[in-house]
Design a protein around this ligand. Structure first.
Ligand code: WQD
Length: 336
């Protein structure tokens, strides 16, 4: 199938493009490189030896998006393009609501206009709010602590109502947990601009010597070792989950957790990183980060039951691949 991947130069989007191409699909990328690099598309062509049509566009622009649909026979859309920093969303909520919601409406309207009936949406476990773990798809989303999470919940509602009005349409709403790691080549991975918010890139930059030591946000949580627990999932497993979703998608709108079903604490991840790479991670405990919850992990059984997908890689694989990418990423300068 021909799949339009918005945000296809981003962290999860780029890995999903590799998995789609490896599975025999064709990929068209739409990205404005706000939170990604054009050089990543070159690396995707290098990794896959496939041609990848690229549109440098803002997917809130209806005419620019319609042009893509008019120039390609698109069979499905995977919509990653969106702002995703929890803290930033609290500072600029209107920017988040505009970008994340208008882009989804623009793509849904284009899908309707060009009779494209497979739509996969990049959602987030954030929409569960402070439900009880393990998070299950049948739970009602609860108010989140931030505009970013609210945009994800609103986009899910928009696509649910869109599917109810269009019997031909199949929608998969994929709720991610904590994506980490990188492609085995080490050519693509998570490379945030500035100081990383997320744990794994912070660890790799500490070990690389770019940052002094890891600050562990809180060691007074009601968890196994008093540090925060999350469901870390290898980004390639997550990418493969998108391919399964677009291949096996059913009519109507369906929510799926893409997680491993296992909770890992910050300290456990640090120890796994040290074991996987034979290297120490210097750290110190500091106060909790506002907005963090203690424990978050998935019930991942529905995706397995309905489209035969489960995560295959463990935290050692995630730590090894994340470090491999960090080590190689210095060589990407020539890809500017
Ligand atoms: C993980 C754990 C921190 C950094 C966020 C978004 C979520 C999704 C994934 C988009 C927590 C601790 C972290 C550090 C630390 N993004 N930590 N020191 O907050 O679970 O989820 O990213 O979809 O929507 O909310 O991920 O990696 O920031 O934190 O101790 O320097 O690591 O307290 O327990 P989080 P994270």
């Amino acid at each position: 199938m021909n799949i339009l991947v918005t945000g296809g130069a981003g962290y999860i989007g780029s890995h999903t493009c590799v998995s789609l191409l490896d599975k025999g699909h064709k990929v068209i990328i739409a990205d404005n490189f706000y939170n990604s690099r054009k050089s990543t598309v070159k690396l995707l062509r290098q990794i896959t030896s496939k041609e990848i049509p690229l549109y440098q566009v803002d997917v809130t622009n209806q005419s620019a998006v319609n042009k893509i649909f008019s120039e390609h026979q698109i069979d499905g859309v995977i919509h990653f393009a969106g702002y995703k920093a929890v803290g930033e969303s609290l500072e600029v909520p209107l920017t988040y609501y505009w970008n994340n919601i208008i882009s989804t409406l623009v793509l849904a309207k284009a899908s309707r206009k060009y009779d494209v009936n497979r739509f996969v949406f990049s959602s987030s476990a954030t929409v569960y709010g402070d439900n009880e773990v393990p998070f299950v798809e049948t739970m009602n989303p609860l108010p989140t602590t931030n505009p970013y999470g609210e945009t994800k919940a609103m986009c899910e509602r928009i696509l649910l109502d869109f599917s109810r009005a269009n019997p031909k349409l199949s929608v998969a709403l994929l709720r991610y947990f904590n994506p980490v790691g990188a492609h085995e080549s080490g050519l693509i991975g998570e490379k945030p601009d500035g100081v990383p918010n997320n744990l794994m890139p912070y660890i790799t930059q500490v070990v690389k010597g770019k940052l002094e030591k890891l600050k562990i946000f809180g060691n007074d949580y009601p968890t196994k070792d008093a540090t925060g627990v999350r469901d870390y999932i290898h980004v390639v497993d997550l990418a493969e989950g998108h391919v399964s979703a677009i291949d096996h998608i059913q009519k109507g709108a369906h929510v799926y957790n893409l997680g491993t079903g296992r909770g890992t604490s910050v300290l456990e991840l640090v120890k796994a990183f040290e074991k996987a790479n034979g290297i120490k991670v210097p750290y110190e405990f500091v106060s909790r980060r506002p907005g963090d919850i203690a424990i978050c992990y998935a019930d991942a059984s529905k995706a397995k039951r309905e489209f035969g997908w489960t995560a295959k890689r463990d935290v050692i694989d995630m730590c090894r691949d994340a470090w491999n990418f960090e080590n190689q990423s210095k060589s990407l300068v020539e890809y500017k």
